[in-house]
Design a protein around this ligand. Structure first.
Ligand code: FAD
Length: 465
């Protein structure tokens, strides 16, 4: 049959990319429909990603801090963890946010359709509804924001003790002994949560260091603080076999730091990466090119090879981060509306919300060295920060990377508590082309952790002394 309804803009997927694209499109006056398979908006980020992980990480940080308070004269009893209540709390946080999104969609008169969408041709999407019924939506333009899914290793069996990040966030039980497969941000954040709740950790990583992408000097500080959580950090090592037995999950390793015998675990978290959903949406029927890995290539205006179909977020490439998806969403919606804009961000920040946090943006020192870029740097150790010392957390440092020739800020990194929140100033400096004097001569409130950014600029070549 023919199309049931026609819209100016169809957005496929309601993650941070999709809902942002739909809201902006509606604000610009386009009649907009948002198609999402799940009953709540928010995608991976709100439902099984950024937000629930941070709800649990907050609890983990409070637990850790409470333990250390005894050193300064304040003791609590042994913490009693009720994981049912903790899970409820996390679910309430999600509910508040997804409920808020539903309200915002309604206020903007965005039509939401729940079901699995698949393109029929360049102007029609078929939606398979929850009850099995089908609906065809006709659209003038579309934005694909169908995101990514967890990568499953083929040799890992189905077992409730083997989880991905979604399973780990369900918080079904606290294992005594847990293996994290993949030493990236997601694995290490979940490890931080489970370790605070009482689990002993092992981590296995194929590369030669954890938290790839961050400068090694930042990661070193995190690692020193966290060594006590791990029995084994197995770098340059991979998992080759996983066997589920009644008394535990037995894992066999291969590589430089592999133990000879298979190891027994109560829980295994697979956090080996995410793959784009490009091949699951009938893109070929719309004529949209999807590459062999499942990513959809786009230009700087987020356009696919089909000029009236755009794509944004995890499905278009790395880094797979919510703030990148949102930024791309706004570009796509505005271009679709006829505005002459394009994706022109100088830099996309990264944050590991571990304890301490590790945050970096722009050019890293390791990258500069690798590519022979001449840089200068300014480093301010938190051991000299009054506020960090007062907080009892002075292990961190703040580093700015400068262009040797011009003194402009090209990047920076922070390791320490609240590093992610502090990073914003460095993002702004890079984006605005600020130099060491701009940042160093800006008066920062005392005593704050944020002062360390100004100090790192001041110490660079004694710029401000
Ligand atoms: P998604 O959020 O993946 O949304 C895509 C949506 O499309 C989904 O809701 C999906 O159901 C829907 N969909 C797909 N196909 C169809 C279809 N055919 N029909 C209908 N609907 C469909 N990023 C950060 O920036 N900060 C963090 O702290 C952070 N923490 C994370 C923690 C974890 C555990 C995980 C897994 C990820 C984390 N991320 C974080 C990454 C972040 O979640 C993603 O980058 C972000 O969600 C991508 O947004 P998106 O809109 O591209 O896609």
């Amino acid at each position: 049959g023919g199309a049931d309804e026609e819209f100016d803009m169809l957005v496929l997927g309601a993650g941070p990319g999709g809902y942002s694209a739909a809201f902006r499109s509606a604000d610009l006056g386009m009649k907009t429909v948002l198609v999402e398979r799940y009953s709540t908006l928010g995608g991976v980020c709100l439902n099984v990603g950024c937000i629930p992980s941070k709800a649990l990480l907050h609890s983990a940080a409070v637990l850790e801090e409470a333990k250390h308070m005894a050193d300064i004269g304040i003791s609590f009893g042994e913490p009693q963890v009720d994981i049912n209540k903790l899970r409820d709390h996390k679910n309430k946080v999600i509910g508040k946010l997804t409920g808020g999104l539903a309200g915002m969609a309604k206020a903007r008169k965005v039509t939401t359709v729940q079901g699995v969408g698949s393109f029929l041709d360049p102007h029609h999407l078929e939606v398979t509804l929850a009850d099995g019924g089908k609906k065809v939506i006709k659209f003038k333009q579309a934005i694909i924001a169908a995101g990514s899914s967890v990568v499953k290793l083929p040799f890992v069996p189905e077992d409730p003790r083997i989880v991905d990040s979604t399973g780990a966030l369900e918080l079904r039980f606290v294992p005594q002994k847990m293996l994290i497969m993949g030493g990236g941000i997601i694995g290490l954040e979940m490890g931080t949560v489970y370790s605070a709740l009482g689990a002993r950790l092992d981590v296995v990583e194929m590369m030669d260091g954890l938290m790839q992408g961050a400068d090694r000097d930042l990661v070193k500080v995190w690692q020193k603080k966290n060594e006590g959580r791990f029995d084994r950090i197995m770098l340059k090592t991979k998992t080759v076999a996983v066997e589920a037995k009644p008394d535990g999950i037995y894992v066999t390793f291969e590589g430089e730091n592999a133990p000879a015998e298979p190891q027994r675990y109560d829980m295994v978290l697979s956090a080996v990466g995410r793959a784009p959903n490009g091949k699951k949406i009938g893109a070929e029927k719309a004529g949209v090119i999807v590459n062999e890995r499942g990513f959809i290539p786009v230009d700087k205006q987020q356009r696919t090879n089909v000029p009236h179909i755009f794509a944004i977020g995890d499905i278009v490439g790395q880094p797979m981060l919510a703030h990148k998806a949102v930024h791309e969403a706004h570009v796509a919606a505005e271009v679709a509306h006829g505005e002459k804009v394009y994706f022109d961000a100088r830099t996309i920040p990264s944050v590991a919300y571990t304890d301490p946090e590790v945050a970096w943006v722009g050019l890293t020192e390791d990258e500069a060295k690798k590519n022979g870029v001449k840089i200068g740097k300014g480093v301010f150790p938190w051991a000299a920060s009054g506020r960090a010392i007062a907080n009892g957390r002075d292990e961190g440092f703040t580093k700015l990377i400068f262009d040797e020739a011009t003194g402009r800020v090209l990047g920076g990194g922070i390791v320490g508590t609240h590093a992610g929140d502090l990073l914003g100033e460095i993002c702004l400096a890079v984006e605005m082309g600020a130099d060491a004097v701009d940042v160093g001569k800006t008066i920062h409130a005392h005593p704050t952790l944020g002062e360390s950014v100004g100090m790192a600029a001041e110490v660079y070549k004694g710029v401000c002394t």
